[in-house]
Design a binder for this molecule. Structure first.
Ligand SMILES: Cc1cc2nc3c(=O)[nH]c(=O)nc-3n(C[C@H](O)[C@H](O)[C@H](O)COP(=O)(O)O)c2cc1C
Length: 346
C-alpha cells in the first residue's frame, strides 16, 4: 500500500479488512496500537529554524511552481506547509516570454516563462490577503533588472504584515551589465543583497544560480553582504532543438532546466554551500519525494523547496511532509533538526 502513512497505518488497514474474524479484545488491541502510533507521530517535532524564522516543518514550495497558492487549493492547504514561496514579483506586471515557453525533457522540464507575474501592487491587494487568511507563512520571491529596482521591490514590501521573508532571485539578466545574470558575479550579488537589506525589514534569503564556476564564492559574497539565508539552486541553463523544423523548441532559445534530472547537481551545490557559509541554507532542485528531501537535509540544508514535482503531483509537498514524519518515527528521531547535516564523510 502506498498511502504514505507508514507501517502503523498499513497494519491497521490489514487487520481491519479481516475485522469480521475479530472479537472485542482484538479490536481493543488494535485501537490501542492505532492510538500509540498516532501519539508517536504527533510527538515528532518537524519544526525548523531559518535564522529568525520558525517553520512548522521544513517543506516549502519553490517560486514559480505553485503560483500564489490559490491555484493549488483545496488540494493543498498552504497553512500546512513550512512556507509558500510565491511566484517571482517585479515592481510592474510582466507578461513574460512568447510561447512555447515550456518543454518536457528527460526527467525534467525546460522553462522560459520570462518571469511573468502580476506585479507588486496586485499581489498585495489580490493574493496576499487570501494567503494570510489561510495562515500560510509567505515568502515573497523578488527580482529586478537593475540593482536599484531590487531595492524598490523590497521597499514596496516594507511594513507589510503577513510576509515572513524575502527571497531574492539573482538569476535574471542585469540590463546594466549586458544581460549577464546578477548571480554570476559575487560582487554584483553582494550589491543586490545590500540594496534589498537596506530597503527591507524582513529576513532576506538570496537564491543562488548554479550557472557559475564556483558557487561558494557567490554564497560567501551574499553572506558577507548580510543575507540571512541562501536558497540553492535555481534552474540550470539549457536548450532543446526540434530536429524536423531545425528550430529551438523554446521561443526564447534558452530555458531553465528543473526536475529530477538536476537533483544530483543541486545536492552537490547545497553540500558545497553548507560547507562554505554559516547562514542557513534551503535546498532545492529535483525533489519529488521525502527520500529526495532527506538527502538535502542530511547534506545540511535546514529546509527544502519543492518545484517541478508540483506539476507532476499537486500534493507532492504534503506527501513529503508526511513521509518525513514516518521516516523520523521509523528511525527514532524525535526532532527533525537533529537530522540536519548528519552526513558522515570519510
Ligand atoms: C515554471 C517555472 C517557473 C519558475 N519561476 C521562478 C521564479 O519566478 N523565481 C525563481 O527564483 N525561480 C523560479 N523557478 C525556479 C524554481 O523555483 C526552482 O529553483 C527550480 O525549478 C529547481 O527546483 P525543482 O527542480 O524542484 O523545480 C521556476 C521554475 C519553473 C519550473
Amino acid at each position: 500500500m502506498n498511502s504514505g502513512l507508514g507501517q502503523g497505518f498499513s497494519i491497521l488497514q490489514h487487520d481491519d479488512s479481516n475485522s469480521c474474524r475479530f472479537g472485542l479484545a482484538q479490536s481493543r488491541v488494535l485501537y490501542a496500537r492505532f492510538i500509540t502510533w498516532n501519539n508517536i507521530m504527533d510527538k515528532i517535532d518537524l519544526r525548523v529554524r531559518i535564522g529568525s524564522l520558525e517553520l512548522k516543518n521544513p517543506v516549502m514550495t519553490a517560486s514559480g511552481t505553485f503560483g500564489y497558492g490559490q491555484e493549488f487549493y483545496p488540494l493543498v492547504d498552504p497553512g500546512q506547509l513550512g512556507a509558500v514561496v510565491v511566484k517571482g514579483l517585479s515592481l510592474k506586471p510582466r507578461i513574460g516570454n512568447p510561447p512555447p515557453r515550456i518543454v518536457e525533457t528527460p526527467s525534467g522540464m525546460l522553462n522560459a516563462i520570462g518571469l511573468a507575474n502580476i506585479g507588486l501592487e496586485r499581489f498585495l491587494k489580490e493574493k496576499l490577503p487570501w494567503l494570510e487568511n489561510m495562515n500560510a507563512v509567505v515568502i515573497v520571491n523578488i527580482y529586478g533588472h537593475s540593482v536599484a529596482e531590487y531595492g524598490e521591490v523590497a521597499a514596496g514590501l516594507k511594513g507589510v504584515a503577513g510576509i515572513s521573508g524575502i527571497e531574492v532571485n539573482v538569476s535574471c539578466p542585469n540590463v546594466e551589465c549586458g544581460g549577464m545574470a546578477f548571480g554570476t558575479d559575487p560582487e554584483v550579488t553582494a550589491r543586490v543583497t545590500e540594496q534589498v537589506l537596506k530597503n527591507s525589514d524582513k529576513p532576506v534569503i538570496v537564491k543562488l544560480s548554479p550557472n557559475v564556476t564556483d558557487i561558494r564564492s557567490v554564497a560567501r559574497a551574499a553572506e558577507s553582504a548580510g543575507a540571512d539565508g541562501l536558497s540553492v539552486i535555481n534552474t540550470l541553463t539549457g536548450m532543446v532543438i526540434d530536429i524536423e523544423k531545425r528550430v529551438p523548441k523554446l521561443a526564447n532559445l534558452l530555458g531553465g532546466l528543473s526536475g529530477p534530472a538536476i537533483r544530483p547537481v543541486a545536492l552537490h551545490k547545497v553540500y558545497q554551500v553548507v560547507q562554505a557559509v554559516h547562514i542557513p541554507v534551503i535546498g532545492l532542485g529535483g525533489i519529488v519525494n521525502h527520500r529526495d528531501a532527506l538527502e538535502f537535509l542530511i547534506a545540511g540544508a535546514r529546509a527544502v523547496q519543492v518545484g517541478t514535482a508540483n506539476f507532476m503531483k499537486p500534493t507532492a509537498t504534503l506527501d513529503i511532509i508526511e513521509g518525513l514524519r514516518v521516516y523520523c518515527e521509523e528511525q527514532g528521531i524525535a526532532r527533525i533538526e537533529d537530522l540536519i547535516g548528519t552526513l558522515e564523510v570519510n
